[in-house]
Design a binder for this molecule. Structure first.
Ligand code: M6R
Length: 610
């Protein structure tokens, strides 16, 4: 994930910034850069790959005592990893530099207008648009130019700007992507993550959405997007460095659950046009004829990635009207699968290094199928072995239990299904436009859900000593039940089994008694009535039911003992919302049982062996 740092003060900016970038390394990146102001000129160093490459430039050929300066580690979204695409990015005349996290959604439109006005671009990034836009509005007041530029911008950003004519200041602003200002004596810091600056100061101001700052050596002034001045109160950090990496959360897993709204924004960012009702997946690697030729789609993956593919089956069959099968990669690779040139195999993986998934991809390609990867880790092995890619842009996932990558996989599959459905003439523009709108609202619904998790924690307290759990769902909710059960068993070591609710009466109903709690995913309306009948069957046998259901569903309370309410959303998006309480439930149970949440026994984050 991208990282930002800015410094103004008497220390050599390049050292403070390089040290800060090193502390952000754990977040993952593919290139890095630093720009400083040295005697009225901006000096820039950037390179692809690890920070040690940048280090070599800094030690041989860089002003050693200059300040202010800004730096960035990039995790590519728009444009491949390269030194051209690395941040910071400048304007035409070399008067300013910008480092940016987030995605500028309307950058193509802005770039076209700026190019027509004579601006010349050096990179493929959305960020460079910001530099030229600020240049075009600059009339001597940097803060005013930044605000005018941002008035034209749609999307998410945390940005910091360095200007040749303003050696006494840095200007920074945030919307959606996090940014903080660190306060020192005669020196100030800007960072996307406290880890980058906490060795220098524990006094920080968290910028809220739509807030910015003019940062000077001797003080900071805060403003909003309308240019009004704001009074902000600093927070004193009492975190140790390890806690800081976790952003103040006790575990990476919890941090990653809370990052999920941002993952959705990252996954859809720059890939949708609500106006045109279009989806852009630039690395898809499938031509029009490839898409029309596809008679069958096979989803392959392992663990959570496999369950994501099972949700994909429902989405694609409904929106593209092509038959979809789901196969565990470890099974697919050995059963002489029936795939050919008319089959599209979709391989899903967070790490891109899972041995079984890689083997399945090789098997599919050897049989003539086209293979598309839905992957998180950039430049991983899988990305080099597929015909096309949809990156999920979830950033590094450190907790062994996959959470935010799953949300990214589901979101990417919605985009894929919309794109294929539109091209094959199944979906009309109005439907795609509406679904894009619904997708954009989803992060806010998740934020609402995450704002108060006390009810889920209380349930975890109640059920933490259960020996077994049954998870039930129907239709598109069945894979959610499987993923919820996997989360519980892998981190809390409670045996949890998932069943399609309609199948319960064919066997598992024999297990139901007062000691077998049942988690029911009752989020969407599809086969809701049928599910309610199944829950009544559980109740009649003294089973205890917890239902994940719409917050507006009053009726469900009559058939279940406990309800975890979630906001309403369209059926096809409901798996993205309804899995979140299940992740949290598993997390709290494991934590209350005193277990190692981030590194559960016997498990590895990336399974690179058979
Ligand atoms: O990196 P991948 O997505 O290919 O990993 C697949 C599984 O190993 C992974 O999802 C595993 O099941 C997780 N521990 C689930 O939380």
């Amino acid at each position: 994930m991208c990282g930002i740092i800015g410094y103004i003060g008497d220390q050599p900016a390049n050292e403070v910034i390089f040290d800060g970038l090193t502390r952000l390394e754990y977040r993952g990146y593919d290139s890095a850069g630093i720009a400083v102001l040295d005697g009225g000129r901006i000096v820039l160093a950037k390179d692809v790959g690890k920070l040690r490459h940048l280090r070599e430039i800094l030690v041989t050929n860089f002003p050693s005592r200059a300040s202010p300066g800004i730096g960035h580690t990039r995790w590519a979204t728009h444009g491949r990893p390269s030194s051209f695409n690395a941040h910071p990015h400048g304007d035409c005349r070399g008067t300013l530099m910008v480092a940016h996290n987030g995605i500028i959604e309307n950058y193509m439109k802005l770039k076209r207008a700026l190019t027509a006005a004579g601006h010349v671009f050096q990179s493929e990034t959305d960020t460079e648009v910001l530099a030229h836009l600020i240049e075009s509005h600059y009339q001597g007041d940097l803060e005013a130019a930044v605000l005018k530029a941002l008035a034209d911008v749609e999307g998410a950003y945390a940005l910091v700007v360095l200007h040749r004519d303003h050696p006494d200041q840095l200007v920074c602003v945030r919307k959606e992507s996090p940014l903080i200002v660190g306060l020192g004596r005669g020196e100030q810091f800007i960072a996307s993550d406290v880890t980058a600056i906490m060795q220098h100061t524990r006094q920080v101001v968290y910028l809220e959405n739509g807030e910015g700052a003019v940062v000077r050596r001797d003080g900071v002034t805060f403003f909003d997007l309308a240019g009004r001045h704001l009074a902000k109160t600093p927070t004193t950090l009492d975190w140790n460095p390890v806690a800081a990496e976790k952003g103040g959360f006790p575990h990476f897993m919890l941090k990653e659950i809370y990052e999920q709204p941002q993952v959705i924004r990252n996954t859809i960012g720059g890939r949708t046009s609500e106006e045109e009702g279009k989806i852009y997946l630039t690395e898809l690697g499938l031509s029009g004829p490839d898409i029309f030729r596809t008679q069958r789609i096979v989803m392959v993956g392992c663990g959570t990635a496999f369950y994501a593919g099972c949700v994909g089956k429902y989405l694609i069959e409904q929106l593209v009207r092509v038959p979809v099968e789901c196969d565990l990669a470890s099974e697919f690779r050995y059963r002489q699968p029936l795939v050919d040139g008319n089959t599209l195999v979709v391989a899903i993986s967070q790490s891109g290094e899972t041995a079984d998934t890689l083997a399945a991809v090789r098997e599919a390609r050897a049989r003539g199928a086209k293979v598309l990867g839905i992957v998180n880790a950039k430049e991983s092995s899988l990305t080099r072995e597929v015909d096309g890619l949809v990156y999920i842009h979830a950033g590094p996932e450190i907790g062994v239990a996959s959470t935010k990558a799953y949300i990214g996989m589901l979101t990417a599959q919605v985009l894929l299904a919309l794109l294929l459905g539109k091209i094959r003439g199944v979906l009309d523009t109005a439907f795609v436009q509406q679904t894009i709108r619904d997708l954009k609202v989803l992060p806010q619904l998740i934020e609402r859900l995450l704002a108060d998790t006390s009810g889920i924690r209380a349930l975890a307290e109640k059920f933490k000593d259960a020996r077994n759990f049954l998870y039930l769902g129907r239709g598109i909710n069945f894979p959610t039940a499987m993923e919820g059960a996997l989360k519980l068993k892998e981190i809390s070591y409670i045996h949890a089994e998932a069943y399609a609710a309609g199948e319960m009466k064919h066997g598992p109903i024999a297990l139901i008694d007062k000691d077998l709690p049942v988690m029911a995913i009752a989020a969407n309306q599809g086969a809701y009535d049928k599910l309610v009948s199944n829950l009544k069957e559980v109740q009649a046998r003294s089973g205890t039911v917890i239902a994940v259901a719409s917050e507006r569903n009053e009726e469900i309370r009559h058939v279940t003992e406990y309800v975890i309410p979630i906001p309403d959303c369209p059926d096809i998006l409901s798996p993205i919302l309804s899995v979140i309480p299940l992740q949290l439930f598993a997390y709290y149970v494991a934590d209350l049982r005193g277990l190692d949440v981030d590194q559960p026994r016997n498990l590895a984050k990336s399974v690179t062996v058979e």
